[in-house]
Design a protein around this ligand. Structure first.
Ligand SMILES: Nc1ncnc2c1ncn2[C@@H]1O[C@H](COP(=O)(O)OP(=O)(O)OP(=O)(O)O)[C@@H](O)[C@H]1O
Length: 300
């Protein structure tokens, strides 16, 4: 199973280029798609889900160009859009029956799979209730279930954990991990920690371009020596915040312990920390840092 994206460019108008020469090679496993607002994630996802035709470039599914013939991929695709909305009058079981029919899944097989999926997504107690009465998290879980119908080889999920509580997130992650062995699962998310233990690979988009595509561990390792813990006084905090990208801060009795992302130690008092995926994400999409020479002497 192999999905290659070659020289993909997408323009909404002459002035608005959403994606610029994107090249990716996607293989089975969970791949996280990260990027700040407006980076081009949804545009990319809609193109990969064959809903939008790119301005330029090739999408090669098992070597075949799906920009010319999207049907090749559609029958193998499961897709959860960012704004998923099911018919409110239908129960989850009725809705999954309907999606199964659209996907040409034989009725007997479809019902069995729908029940399995609704069970895995903790919706067994609400099989016959109208989706219109569901909480946001429950609706999102119906969306995840419909994407998984038909055993897709390519699963594309746009912000799947929005609205899920922490317990539901853990369940969802386990479900994805159990499915990831023999399919490509592309997840776009703002919640970086959702990917930390699950995603094998990370694609980082910024301003329509791929800033990074590699193993999650490689991305994290690339941050070694760039994450620092520094205790600062309340008085110095605004200056540190204005000069550096801060990935976390904790109030302490003797000041504020900040987690600074910087190529070099922000101060002789800074202590190197173990990088997380969130640190890497913030570092590669950060604003430029102010040269150290310009720092106030008391921080040095
Ligand atoms: N239909 C459209 N017409 C014109 N410009 C668009 C359209 N859709 C998106 N854009 C622009 O293209 C760029 C990429 O948008 P896109 O929605 O793909 O980003 P994103 O990374 O998904 O952002 P978010 O996380 O906010 O959803 C943005 O500058 C956006 O304003």
């Amino acid at each position: 199973m192999d999905f290659r994206i070659e020289h993909l460019t997408h323009r909404y108008s002459k002035e608005k280029t959403a994606l610029q020469d994107v090249n990716l090679q996607l293989q089975p496993g969970i791949i996280g798609l990260l990027g700040p607002n407006g980076a081009g994630k949804s545009s990319l996802i809609r193109i990969l889900a064959t809903l939008t035709r790119p301005t330029e470039g090739k999408l090669l599914w098992q070597g075949q160009d799906i920009t010319r013939n999207p049907q090749i991929l559609r029958s193998r695709l499961g897709y959860l859009p960012q704004d998923f909305n099911a018919y409110p009058n239908l129960s989850p079981l009725e809705f999954l029956d309907y999606v199964s029919a659209l996907k040409n899944i034989p009725a007997a097989k479809a019902r069995k799979r729908s029940l399995e999926l609704l069970e895995a997504l903790n919706l067994s107690s609400a099989l016959h209730r109208p989706i219109g009465d569901f909480s946001g998290g429950m609706r999102q879980r119906v969306g995840i279930a419909q994407a998984l119908l038909g055993d897709p080889e390519l699963l594309i999920l746009d912000e799947p954990t929005v609205g899920l509580d922490p317990e539901e997130r853990v369940r969802f992650r386990q479900l994805l991990l159990s499915l990831a062995k023999d399919r490509i699962i592309l997840i776009s998310t703002h919640i970086v920690s959702d990917l930390e233990s699950a995603a094998r690979q990370v694609v980082l988009l910024s301003q329509g371009q791929v800033v990074f595509q590699n193993e999650t561990k490689t991305l994290q390792d690339s941050m070694k020596g760039k994450v620092w813990n520094l205790l600062v006084s309340e008085q110095d905090l605004p200056e540190v915040q204005s000069r550096y990208t801060i990935s976390a801060s904790v109030q302490q009795e003797d000041g504020v312990l900040v987690r600074v992302l910087s190529q070099t130690a922000p101060s002789s008092k800074a202590v190197a920390a173990v990088p997380t995926l969130e640190d890497a994400y913030l570092f590669y999409t950060r604003k430029e840092e102010v040269p150290r020479a310009q720092l106030a002497p008391r921080l040095g």
